[in-house]
Design a protein around this ligand. Structure first.
Ligand code: ATP
Length: 366
């Protein structure tokens, strides 16, 4: 096990700044996920840790060792790629053994490690097969096996599940999580899928345009996003954003626009008071809106009035798209609630779960 530390790391490709002043220190044995939209610099950062990409500026440590000038093979890391990169002409056993042979690990030791990893991954019965004779999920396991036999200090994984269908992805996600906990090896995992990030990461690094936006636990990212980008990126369907005018009347603080007039609770109102007379972004998650008559949220100065545009039944819940003034809001309501496109509805907001963001900076106000 080893910590991974990045200090003021930059990566430039000519004029393109792919990674800007990246700072992070993992714990020993921690599972850290890098998440963000396409092109935000996740893969580049991972490749710099692996040594596959030179860094333009800064320092990277694995354990206590500065590895800036250490070649990839000497960094004591194992990488799992999106395409698995298995050798087609070798069987599963040989694929897993190959890296160890190159390192001149004794034959008996190789055999022990391959068989142990195969047992752990439940692929013992596949050791004689060629990659083309395996399913996607089985190939994924072999790729994991090849990383495990190296007994590295750090696993680096770049979208290892993206070639699998949705159901298998969920299964393998749970497997990876279990495996990582069992092995206790520090793991850095790249994905653009926020659900994967939330379910796997002990801590998540949210990136945008080459810059870290927030590093935090999954629940803290959900409850306390630092800005509108993180708020909108974490959670599905995404948080709704509505422009709202702040109106303070004595102790009461209201957020208003066409179709809604909400009274802020004490804590939220206190932070908003400084914005009296100004506009802010109001943020409310779909799961914090209910349909009047079909929700446990009581009605009290918390109503959005609008017209139903789209109804998407998912079984237990229904996602309802409602136009509220100039905005379109998604609410996740009871699956049996009677909602029809074209009809007027009243949605009730949980006033303890509202967010507000500065219109100019997108920073969280409350
Ligand atoms: P994705 O999820 O699409 O893989 P990412 O977050 O991993 O995206 P990177 O692949 O790290 O993003 O790319 C970050 C930025 O650096 C992008 O703007 C990309 O176009 C640029 N970039 C990456 N590799 C190179 C390269 N070899 N030469 C020039 N620009 C590059």
């Amino acid at each position: 096990m080893a910590k991974v530390k990045l200090e003021n790391v930059w990566k430039r490709f000519g004029k393109v700044v792919a990674v800007k002043d990246f700072n992070l220190e993992t714990e020993d044995g921690e599972f850290v996920v890098f998440v963000g939209p396409s092109g935000c610099g996740k893969t580049t950062t991972l490749r710099m840790i692996a040594g596959l990409e030179e860094i333009s500026e800064g320092r990277i440590y694995i354990g206590d060792r500065l590895v800036n000038d250490v070649p990839p093979k000497d960094r004591d890391i194992a990488m799992v790629f999106q395409n698995y990169a298995l050798y087609p002409h070798m069987n599963v056993y040989e694929n897993m053994a190959f890296g160890l042979r190159l390192r001149k690990v004794p034959r008996q030791e190789i055999d022990r490690r391959v068989r142990e990893a195969a047992q752990l991954l439940q692929i013992e019965h596949l050791l004689n097969r060629k990659p083309r004779e395996l399913s996607g999920g089985q190939r994924q396991r072999v790729a994991m096996g090849r990383a495990i036999v190296r007994e590295p200090n750090v696993f680096l994984m770049d979208e290892p599940l993206s070639n699998l269908d949705a159901k298998l992805r969920v299964e393998m996600r749970a497997e990876i999580s279990k495996l990582q906990r069992r092995l206790g090896v520090t793991t850095i995992y790249v994905t653009h899928d926020q659900v994967e990030a939330m379910t796997l990461g002990q801590r998540i690094v949210v990136m945008k345009d080459g810059e870290i936006q927030q590093v935090d636990t999954p629940l803290n990212l959900y409850d306390f996003p630092v800005n509108r980008f993180v708020a909108g990126f974490i959670g599905s369907p995404a948080m709704n954003f509505l422009r709202a005018r702040v109106e303070a009347e004595g102790d009461a603080v209201w957020l208003k626009n066409t179709g809604f007039s909400l009274k802020a609770n004490a804590l939220f109102g206190k932070e908003l008071k400084a914005y009296n007379g100004k506009e802010v972004w109001l943020g409310v998650r779909p799961e914090h809106l209910g349909l009047k008559g079909w929700t446990h949220i009581p009605e009290k100065d918390n109503v959005f009035t609008g017209t139903v545009e789209v109804v998407e039944p998912l079984g237990a819940e229904t996602e309802v798209h409602v136009s509220v003034g100039e905005h379109r809001v998604i609410a996740r309501v009871d699956g049996h609630a009677p909602v029809q496109p074209g009809t007027k509805v009243e949605l009730l907001a949980d006033l303890d779960r509202l967010h507000a963001f500065d219109l100019d900076t997108d920073r969280t106000i409350a």
